[in-house]
Design a protein around this ligand. Structure first.
Ligand code: P6P
Length: 339
């Protein structure tokens, strides 16, 4: 129970969206405690990041071939330790680790967690927003020879998603059941407090978020869409791009905007995109769906994509239904038949 009697907390949302007899309720509460605690620790560290010398690069590379920032490792160790201590997490798949970590559990209905512990960490050196992203899966129950097969078998059982946004304030967005809610960390009490009103994308937004530096490598239909939104569309759209998915997504969720990280085509070869399906695209798609939006890979809904490897990359188009439908219509694959 919150110290603020009228406050709505993430635990209230879990209680509202799960049945009392569901053993997963306690699991979700336990995992949420871990996410909240990790958010408090990382938020406090980032307030003093430059003074602690933790906003730079380690000059090492992760499994993705990307330069590892010091805070990537701190985020990885922080959340992995907290999930291990929770006794409610059967395994953790992370952007920062090649293989999933399988953990000892004490709860009767543990979950799997896929995470990007510190998304957009290259922003840290310039004091720009970063985030942590989580997808929670119900284990399939099949006997799995490896952590990878456990996650691939369970990828269809996404039951909750969340992100932490470390910016002017620290925000926790949690999607479970049919709702998505936002909570703000009060550093003086350590509580995450929300309004109790579910988030819904505003219709009629005019923000687009993408790295237009790659425009020359995009498919012609996409280049035409990018031209149309700035000229013939009424009103013309405006560009806002933070360079961290969580920051761009959160602004678009509140103001009405579309985020696009499409595949590019170089030397006639189409890439798979940059963002990872299980711990970036899936959670954002789940959060967006509960807020009246949708995520696609440019052709099909993200949530209908079955992964073939745990670090699989996909193109990501995500935002309110009206803007994603408009994108699909103007890039040659209308948004028909999407539930
Ligand atoms: P680019 C951060 O590295 C990230 O994965 C997302 O958070 C962000 O939206 C995107 O990549 C930024 O990529 O190529 O524009 O720097």
């Amino acid at each position: 129970m919150s110290q603020s009697p009228n406050a709505f907390t993430p635990f209230d949302l879990i209680t509202q969206q799960t049945d009392p007899g569901n053993p997963e309720r306690q699991t979700l509460i336990s995992i949420l405690h871990a996410i909240e605690q990790g958010g408090r620790k990382i938020s406090a560290l980032l307030q003093r990041g430059p003074l602690l010398g933790i906003t730079g690069s380690t000059h090492a590379q992760n499994i993705q071939g990307e330069e590892v920032q010091a805070m990537d490792q701190i985020g990885q160790e922080t959340f992995l330790t907290l999930f291990r201590q929770s006794g409610s997490v059967l395994g953790v798949l992370s952007e920062e680790a090649e293989h999933p970590d399988l953990l000892p559990v004490t709860h009767s209905a543990p979950c799997l967690v896929a995470m990007d512990p510190l998304d957009g960490s290259s922003n840290l050196s310039v004091n720009a927003p970063v985030g942590s992203i989580f997808a929670l899966f119900r284990p399939s129950g099949h006997t799995s020879p490896s952590g990878e097969s456990l996650f691939l078998d369970s990828s269809g059982n996404l039951i909750a998603a969340a992100y932490l946004l470390y910016s002017v304030s620290t925000t926790l967005v949690l999607a479970i059941g049919t709702e998505t809610h936002s909570f703000t960390l009060d550093p003086s009490t350590g509580e995450y407090l929300g309004s109790g009103v579910a988030l819904k994308f505003p219709e009629g937004g005019k923000i687009y978020s993408t790295n237009e530096g790659y425009l020359p490598y995009w498919e012609k239909s996409l280049q035409q869409y990018m031209g149309w939104i700035k000229t013939d569309r009424n009103p013309a759209m405006i560009l806002r791009y933070i360079g961290a998915l969580v920051g761009d997504f959160h602004r678009n969720l509140l103001k009405g905007g579309i985020y696009l990280y499409p595949a590019d085509v170089k030397n006639g070869k189409k890439s798979s995109g940059k963002l990872r399906l299980l711990y970036e695209a899936y959670p954002m798609a789940f959060i967006a769906r509960n807020a009246g939006g949708i995520a696609t890979d440019g052709t099909i809904p993200i949530l209908s994509i079955v992964p073939n490897n745990v670090h699989q990359r996909v193109p990501l188009i995500v935002g309110p239904m009206d803007l994603v439908r408009e994108f699909q219509d103007h890039s040659g694959s209308p948004l028909n038949g999407f539930s």
